[in-house]
Design a protein around this ligand. Sequence first.
Ligand SMILES: N[C@@H](CCC(=O)N[C@@H](CS)C(=O)NCC(=O)O)C(=O)O
Length: 200
Amino acid sequence: MRLFATQTSPYARKVRMVLMEKGIACDMEWVDLRASDHPALAHNPLGKVPVLLRNDGEPIYDSAVIVQFLEQFRPDPAIIPHDPEGRLRALRSEALSGGIMDATVAWVQEQRRSKDCQDQALLLRLRGKVVAGLTTLQQESAGWTHGRDLPVLPLQQIAAVAATAYVDLRAPDFLVQFPDLVAWLHSLHDRPSVAQTEPQ
Ligand SMILES: N[C@@H](CCC(=O)N[C@@H](CS)C(=O)NCC(=O)O)C(=O)O
């Protein structure tokens, strides 16, 4: 299997962490998304990463679908609960972290435009989404068994690491009001799947 990714993509980081937590070997192909003919385009018409290329040549995207595939491919150790209610909560939490990533990515893109072209109302709206998402994520995280004490990090914690660390990388000010979430993230720092997927 081959994963097309960038070093900083939080969506790709989620998938890389799942691969590591499950012990699945996978070749990495780092992509320069600015190139007009980057290799992920051949496998995902949307040109986004991550894309997972299965051994039979079938491409899989987006990150949430890749996670589902990996859970089927290597069911043990499981990162998603088997009971329907637990599964629903895990997938909802993954979607919440995904939404935090989406809003942060959009905020970064708007922020990179020249000052006089920036849409201040949009920036505020996106910031509001990130903060609202982090508020719920911090509340959810209070009920988690700490990942430090678990042999395998569950999906909701993997997704939360990727989302929170991405906000920390691109918009650290947004995290000031979430000390518990930041402390939780830092306490997982030594876990191999966290340490080895940190943006370079
Ligand atoms: N919903 C997608 C989002 C993937 C995504 O937006 N990836 C970004 C990198 S962080 C990307 O490839 N952007 C390039 C583009 O949109 O052309 C997923 O979960 O995989």
